[in-house]
Design a protein around this ligand. Structure first.
Ligand SMILES: Cc1ncc(COP(=O)(O)O)c(C=O)c1O
Length: 366
């Protein structure tokens, strides 16, 4: 078997609704080509904005649809975060957003997490400090990279804390709908009634990442400035992919496709958790997320990821080092494993290869 990647958060190709999207794309060009093949509004394709707005109970002007939710994050943060502003993120957090914040000149501070998500007393400590964060970036559900989900109690606590201290919450939620089991939790946006929360999501995990369609729901006062940044950046986003998604929704294809994606991912999560239990040496630990793309693996005490990484690559298995997701120190003995892309057989074989490498890594004894 060739090299196996647990590194990339890509969907397995089976997940992509190729034939349906081909149909939808042809239909929308034929029906609405004179609109979607032209320049449009900076905030995106109006019928999709309207659908998203109705799901979130806001005005369509508050929805900015972008070619990537990461770009939406950049636009909002550009508007809100000046040079040197402090922005808090979970530690660990999505590495690309940390990079964007640094590029924008923000000072990024990490807040520790446990199995229930970000630790609220640590957020409180930061807020009481000399340079309190202006905003907190959080991925509360099936987090990238850890797979963790913020508990309901902490969701309520975080919203309350943010309200008391005037802390803006940026809730990034591309995985919330990719739930295999368990009860869905309310978003921070819902708990706060939209007050002081920016909500971002994406069709990358629910339909297809290659369409490059993400979005952000912003408070009314941010809608015009953020749309202006989008317009100044690319005039208007590509409308064809947005119209194709709207057509998939109109035909009733969104939910069944999501259900299919969830099942394919659940099989992979189960295969990975089962293989880890069967293969990993004593002292290793990992979680079992109820959805999403990733889980978090801690190697036995004393085993450093740096000592595993290259040997794992030589053995034909790739992952991302835990430390890549921390804005400061952390994750030196951990790995992010994506179960979204490989087949079930590849997952078994990849975990077997990784476990062999870990078993033969000499732990630090000091
Ligand atoms: C937490 C998080 N936010 C944003 C994104 C980017 O999504 P998009 O494909 O919309 O750029 C990802 C992609 O993996 C992600 O994990």
């Amino acid at each position: 078997m060739d090299a196996i990647s647990f590194a990339r958060g890509n969907p397995t190709p089976e997940i992509l609704p190729v034939a349906e999207l081909a149909d939808c794309a042809r239909a929308v060009v034929e029906r609405d080509g004179s609109v979607i093949l032209n320049y449009g509004a900076g905030g995106g394709y109006a019928p999709l904005r309207e659908w998203i707005a109705s799901r979130h109970g806001v005005s369509p002007a508050q929805v900015i649809v972008t070619p990537s939710s990461l770009l939406a994050f950049r636009f909002v943060m550009r508007q809100l975060v000046g040079d040197g502003a402090c922005v808090a993120v979970e530690a660990p957090s999505y590495d690309r957003t940390i990079l964007v914040l640094r590029e924008l000149g923000a000072r990024v501070v990490g807040v520790p997490m446990d199995d229930d998500g970000i630790e609220l007393d640590r957020v409180e400590e930061l807020l009481a400090g000399d340079d309190p964060p202006r905003a907190l970036y959080t991925i509360p559900t099936f987090q990238n990279p850890s797979g963790r989900t913020l508990s309901l109690e902490r969701r309520r606590g975080l919203v309350e804390l943010a309200r008391t201290h005037g802390l803006l919450l940026f809730e990034d939620d591309p995985y919330g709908l990719v739930r295999f089991e368990g009860e869905p939790l309310p978003s921070l946006y819902e708990l706060a009634d939209g007050d002081g929360v920016v909500y971002a999501s994406s069709f990358s995990k629910t339909v297809a990442p290659g369409l490059r369609v993400g979005y952000v729901v912003v408070p009314a006062e941010l809608a015009a400035p953020v749309e202006k940044i989008a317009n100044a950046t690319y005039i208007s986003p590509p409308l064809l992919p947005q119209a194709a998604i709207r057509e998939l929704i109109r035909r009733g294809g969104f939910e069944p496709n999501l259900e299919r994606a969830r099942e394919l991912l659940r099989l992979r999560r189960d295969a990975m958790v089962g293989a880890l239990a069967a293969e990993m040496p004593v002292g290793s630990s990992w979680n079992r997320p109820q959805g999403g793309y990733f889980l978090w693996l801690d190697f036995p005490v004393g085993v450093l990821t740096d000592d595993v990484f290259d040997r794992a690559a030589e053995a034909g298995v790739a992952f991302v080092k835990g430390s890549d997701f921390f804005p400061g120190p952390g994750g030196e003995s951990s790995a992010r494993l994506a179960f979204s892309f490989p087949s079930v057989d590849e997952i078994h074989e990849g975990v077997r290869r990784l476990a062999t490498v870990v078993r033969t890594t000499v732990p630090l004894t000091t």
